[in-house]
Design a protein around this ligand. Structure first.
Ligand code: DGI
Ligand code: FE
Ligand code: FE
Ligand code: FE
Length: 188
């Protein structure tokens, strides 16, 4: 079993320096958001460390891991950018000995979201949107919303992603739309 320090070494060695900077931003932001909204900061930190572990794996290696899954993963039909999240959860468990299903789910759903996102899922997903190194149109508005409401901020994050995909005529993973709708319902 890995100490936090060893885990950081193992994860950071699998990505370029810039992506590790992003990961450190997500770690710091996830802990702040966990404390703000009542999630477990230690779990948020662990999920953040591992969330992009597979981001720079070759696409054939990602495909291989997803194909090894019992029922062939639906994700294989959608954008490759989505694959690292599911693979990250699988390797967190298999290679790094993470057993906490809340942490594994926060990694698994950090890109797509899901219906019925847990507090930890929301915190990690939102931290990924607003960590200090992020710069995309509307990020400051999402940061402002994150001071007040986890769901408002995350819904705005998904709106931004979905809008971006629409503007480029890309295929949208249906679960992202369902996750976004579910957050809107929670706000009603
Ligand atoms: O890994 P990161 O760059 O830190 O952030 P991420 O895991 O949220 O991003 C993955 C990318 O996936 C993001 O730039 C948008 C892209 N993407 C492609 N199709 C979809 C999608 N993201 C979502 N949420 N839903 C999609 O259908
Ligand atoms: Fe990611
Ligand atoms: Fe990320
Ligand atoms: Fe404010």
């Amino acid at each position: 079993v890995y100490s936090r320090e060893d885990l950081i070494e193992a994860v950071s060695s699998q990505m370029p320096a810039k992506r590790w900077e992003h990961t450190k931003g997500v770690m710091e932001t996830a802990v702040i958001l966990a404390n703000r909204f009542g999630a477990d900061p230690q779990k948020a930190d662990l999920a953040a460390i591992l969330h992009d572990v597979a981001k720079y794996w070759p696409v054939e290696k990602l495909r291989e891991v997803l194909e090894e899954q019992g029922e062939s993963s639906e994700l294989l039909q959608y954008d490759k950018q989505l694959w690292h999240a599911e693979v990250g959860a699988i390797v967190a468990e298999r290679d790094y000995g993470v057993t906490d299903t809340e942490v594994l789910d926060a990694i698994r759903y950090h890109t797509s979201g899901r219906v019925g996102m847990s507090l930890l899922d929301k915190v990690v997903c939102l931290a990924d949107y607003v960590e200090p190194g992020r710069d995309f149109p509307g990020v400051n508005n999402i940061r402002e919303l994150a001071n007040h409401s986890l769901e408002e901020a995350l819904a705005a994050g998904f709106d931004s992603t979905i809008g971006h995909l629409l503007s480029r005529r890309q295929i949208i993973f249906p679960l992202t739309v369902l996750a976004r709708n579910d957050l809107i319902k929670q706000l009603e």
